[in-house]
Design a binder for this molecule. Structure first.
Ligand code: GLU
Length: 304
């Protein structure tokens, strides 16, 4: 199958919808990114890579960081994590507070903001230099030492992230944060501000398609059963409250972020990343979702 030709076809077909989405502006710094950018990359477990468009350009990974922090929390805390965070889709927007009240401060899953705040709290309790370690691990996974936080984005969210601040203090009121909420928030905003390209995100998530082994280094990141758990969570909770429709259309475990990136995993075969900053009403990249749907349709490859 000519994957490169398929990417080129997809690029052409999504072009008309590149301006249809809305770039996230609730974090002011994200609003500066032009909506018509588009990149896509594929990396197979046997070493092939394919790319199209702006696949080498770094963007704000935002909620895709929740995948990496979850992996660290699973490594550090094991099953104890699930006493504090659930594993069900929320059916609510990623930044909603409503369920927290009647579910006693236990977030529905690790991929909504509330869940990621608890996951960040867990990491902070285990590691002295937690935020730097998150950066180091992500950099090692993709083999690029110069992966960095975008401090302008982190500061922009620190200044305007009142909903996340309310959420962290609310969770603390239920006793489900061990650390100071402001410390948790600062770490969380930094994780979200990591800047990476489609290519780098493919590399960093490829172990999820490779039984938990990072193909470049040969390092064992997770056991095969942990990989099964994480990929299942991606499929059921990784793409906001549109997760059912997304799974229907794309058919791959995926994590999206409001920077317009989406990482997808085809177990045993490849990882895939698409970036287009214009978002749909749920917060998923509009052209990115369409591109992934076209990819699994044209190749006939999905987990189903
Ligand atoms: N930093 C963003 C927030 O907390 C992440 C949201 C996202 O990408 O889903 O609102």
């Amino acid at each position: 199958m000519d994957i490169q030709a398929i990417l080129e076809e997809i690029h052409g077909e999504v072009s008309p919808c590149l301006k249809m989405g809305r770039v996230a502006s609730y974090i002011p710094e994200l609003a500066n990114v032009p909506a018509e950018r588009f990149g896509m990359a594929v990396r197979t477990v046997d070493g092939a890579s394919y790319a199209i468009g702006d696949a080498e350009e770094r963007f704000s990974i935002q909620s895709i960081s929740k995948l990496f922090t979850l992996i660290m929390a699973v490594q550090l805390a094991g099953d104890a994590l699930w006493k504090r965070v659930g594993r069900e889709p929320s059916g609510n927007p990623f930044n909603s507070l409503v369920q927290l009240e009647y579910e006693n401060g236990k977030p529905r899953n690790p991929f909504i903001n509330a869940g990621a705040l608890v996951v960040t709290d867990v990491i902070l309790s285990y590691l002295d230099e937690a935020t730097q370690t998150v950066r180091d691990i992500v950099a090692a996974l993709c083999g690029k030492a110069d992966i960095e936080f975008d401090l302008a984005v982190a500061r922009s969210e620190q200044l305007t992230g009142h909903r996340n601040k309310a959420m962290a203090h609310f969770i603390k009121s239920f006793g489900n944060l061990d650390n100071d909420p402001d410390r948790v928030l600062e770490a969380y905003f930094h994780h979200c501000s990591l800047a990476m390209s489609c290519h780098e995100l493919c590399e960093a998530s490829l172990f999820l398609a490779n039984n938990g082994i990072a193909p470049m280094s040969g390092d064992i990141i997770m056991t095969p059963s942990q990989v099964k758990y994480v990929n299942s969570l991606l499929l059921t909770c990784g793409t906001y409250d549109a997760v059912g429709d997304f799974a229907y259309r794309v058919g791959l475990p995926s994590k999206s972020g409001v920077g317009g990136g989406i990482v997808a995993v085809m177990p045993k075969r490849f990882s895939l990343c698409v970036w287009s900053p214009g978002l749909d009403d749920s917060g998923n990249s509009l052209a990115g979702t369409r591109a992934l749907e076209l990819f699994t349709t044209k190749t006939g490859i999905s987990i189903f």
